[in-house]
Design a protein around this ligand. Structure first.
Ligand SMILES: CC(C)(COP(=O)(O)OP(=O)(O)OC[C@H]1O[C@@H](n2cnc3c(N)ncnc32)[C@H](O)[C@@H]1OP(=O)(O)O)[C@@H](O)C(=O)NCCC(=O)NCCS
Length: 168
């Protein structure tokens, strides 16, 4: 990552990127199947974006799902944080959407870094589902750990939204 002069964002290509993306999703989220809103979604079954450096090394990914004017941000991950990768991916997603489209996403109560990241970029909280992660662990994905980031018990889903006309 040292010496990165520019971050470019291109479309995710299943043929080129899947093996790398599976590894990143395993490391960050415990696999490509994400539990949210009481359902599992395959983060690699939807379109996505890949951030690369000036030597074409992959730096991060963002997967999304559009339904009319709504766009779910299914997953976003940077292989190394605080280097501008997440912001570049989010800006590239916004550039692909129409003014006024709504981006929404689900995160968890322990993910303070993500809550900070999104709110610093104009997102606001729009829902809390207390105990939803506990339910997913019971019904959908037993591998979800009991303890999340910063040693915080992993229990709840939080939903955030951004209307794309708002500046990042
Ligand atoms: C959430 C996540 C995608 C953010 O990506 P990121 O690449 O770290 O984001 P950025 O680097 O663009 O921005 C993060 C901060 O680093 C700062 N930053 C960027 N480049 C920097 C640099 N060279 N030096 C110091 N700080 C820098 C940004 O200004 C930003 O701070 P701010 O919010 O105060 O403006 C990343 O933390 C991640 O992969 N988390 C794990 C997976 C995850 O939880 N995903 C979200 C699930 S809901």
């Amino acid at each position: 990552m040292a010496g990165v002069t520019a971050i470019r964002v291109r479309d995710y290509s299943p043929a080129m990127d899947a093996a790398w993306a599976v590894g990143l999703l395993d490391e960050m989220f415990g696999g490509r199947l994400q539990a949210r809103r009481g359902q599992l979604i395959d983060a690699l079954g939807v379109p996505g974006l890949v951030a690369v450096d000036d030597a074409d090394h992959r730096l991060g990914m963002l997967m999304y799902q559009r339904v009319a004017s709504e766009c779910e941000l299914v997953a976003i991950a940077a292989s190394r944080g605080r280097h501008g990768v997440g912001t570049a991916l989010l800006e590239a997603l916004q550039a692909r959407l129409a003014d006024g489209d709504r981006i929404w996403l689900v995160t968890t109560n322990d993910n303070l870094d993500a809550l900070r990241f999104y709110q610093r970029r104009g997102f606001s909280l729009c829902a809390l589902r207390a105990g939803a992660v506990d339910d997913s662990r019971r019904r959908l994905k037993p591998s979800i750990s009991l303890t999340g980031a910063y040693g915080i018990p992993l229990r709840d889903e939080l939903e955030l939204e951004l209307h794309t006309s708002r500046k990042l």
